[in-house]
Design a protein around this ligand. Sequence first.
Ligand code: NAI
Length: 330
Amino acid sequence: MKAVLIPGDGIGPEIAKSVEALTTAMNLDIEWVKYRAGAEYAKETGDVFEPGLVEAIEQYKWALKGPTATPIGTGFRSVNVALRQKFATYANVRPIRSFKGINSRYDDINLVIIRENTEDLYKGIEYKLNENIANGVKLITREASEKICRYAFEYAKINSRHKVTAIHKANIMKYTDGLFLEAFRDVAKCYPDIEAQEVIVDNMCMQLVLRPETFDVLVAPNLYGDIVSDLCAGLVGGLGFAPSGNIGDEYRIYEAVHGSAPDIAGQNIANPSALLLAFALMLEDLGKIEAANALRMALSKVVEKQETVTPDIGGHASTTEFVDAIIKEL
Ligand code: NAI
């Protein structure tokens, strides 16, 4: 099969190479079709996406994306947000698992965050009334809320998980979060075997830090989902091991959760784990379960041994040495 690979900015091209190396080493039937996108491409050409990128995703349906830089406050909109909206990848799925060998507060975390990906404050409807007043619109629809909640319960059912927790602030945002919660309650009725729980977002942050093991599948509107996902990544040692999948009815775009790490770009010391785990998620969704498990297992063995790992997790190895060690472990 063919799939699109977008290396992205900063460390993106370095970690994308590791995906290509693993694809070859594992003899996988995937031919990567590469396209550029992001700030560096925009600086060179004035365009954010290389021509043909959007059409390639339309054609091949599956894509893996490295991090892309987004200017803060001014400039073009985030490549991620644009792709999610263009390809209606309405669910952002982030599994959060503990990794042996990684220093973290907890060592038995296994939860999944399912974040609505297309609306809320990320819709980008904002404007300036004058120099000193700006306004942003929090757009929530019943359709998108029901769709994401149904996805979360279906995910729980298929993966034998027992509880879905809705994150909200409906006590204050009665119409917007209220609508999300109403949709959650309606959908929950169709899944009587799965426990449905509702937690206000601020309390949720505290509960996750104090008692993360009490949660299973979390579902949230876009903004809370974004913030809580990073909090959860922190519970298992940071963004270095956090993959995500942007899932739509037709298209799927997988990515590492971290950014383009401009401070270490071009030095061959970036940790490729999150992008490799995003690749493993993609393989799993493609039904290549054995390959996905083999990749995860080889990666976790190398990390657990701590002999050939990158500086961000306490080692001295380069990205390529780390990847070679994973290939050896396979
Ligand atoms: P960042 O995640 O790029 O970096 C934060 C810190 O973590 C840095 O010290 C960096 O060196 C380190 N780090 C991140 N990934 C690493 C890796 N794989 N291996 C080793 N160390 C790693 O976040 P920051 O600095 O806030 O953002 C930089 C740029 O990335 C911004 O332009 C931002 O918009 C973009 N970004 C893109 C994302 C995406 O495309 N999915 C997600 C988050 C940020």
